[in-house]
Design a protein around this ligand. Structure first.
Ligand SMILES: [Zn+2]
Length: 154
């Protein structure tokens, strides 16, 4: 495993429509290992493959309810509404207020190619929406009601 550089806003890879994963196995597992390590090193709630420069449909999420690897994820239904603060490892030093669904149901594949269903609420649902947007080249700043600078870290 290796820590990967998280690309920052302005890099065109963040605006790509990412390709579905077709080949499961060695290379994908290596990528997932790097993404997991990078996610925790950066204290993120989620990380999408394009954020480390790989435009394929893979995200890793830990929104406080366990670690999830989601390959070719799709939101199949969304309901409710929540308004809250959001940041992004690719938009360092900023935070915005974004309206998201309060509950989403998604399908995804794990690293072994097994399909799963997931229902999540609250912050977990927010993280899923945020990360899946990355796979279509969308950043939270495109949807935020306002974006402001965070105070410098001490
Ligand atoms: Zn992000």
């Amino acid at each position: 495993m290796a820590l990967r550089y998280v690309v920052q806003t302005g890099d065109p890879v963040l605006r790509e429509k990412c390709a579905p994963v077709k080949n499961f196995g060695g290379e994908l597992n290596a990528l997932l290992g790097d993404m997991k390590q990078t996610l925790y090193a950066e204290n993120g709630a989620g990380l999408a493959a394009p954020q480390i420069g790989v435009p394929i449909r893979v995200v890793v999420i830990d929104a406080g309810e366990g670690y999830y690897e989601m390959i070719n994820p799709v939101i199949v239904s969304a309901s409710g509404e929540q308004c809250g603060a959001e940041g992004c490892l690719s938009v360092k030093g900023k935070q915005g207020t974004v309206v998201r669904p309060n509950r989403v149901k998604a399908t995804y594949f794990d690293r072994n190619g097994k399909k799963h269903k997931l229902t999540c609420d609250g912050f977990f649902a927010r993280a899923v929406c945020h990360e899946l947007d990355h796979l279509d080249g969308v950043l939270y700043t495109d949807k935020a009601q306002e974006v402001h600078d965070l105070p410098p870290e001490e």
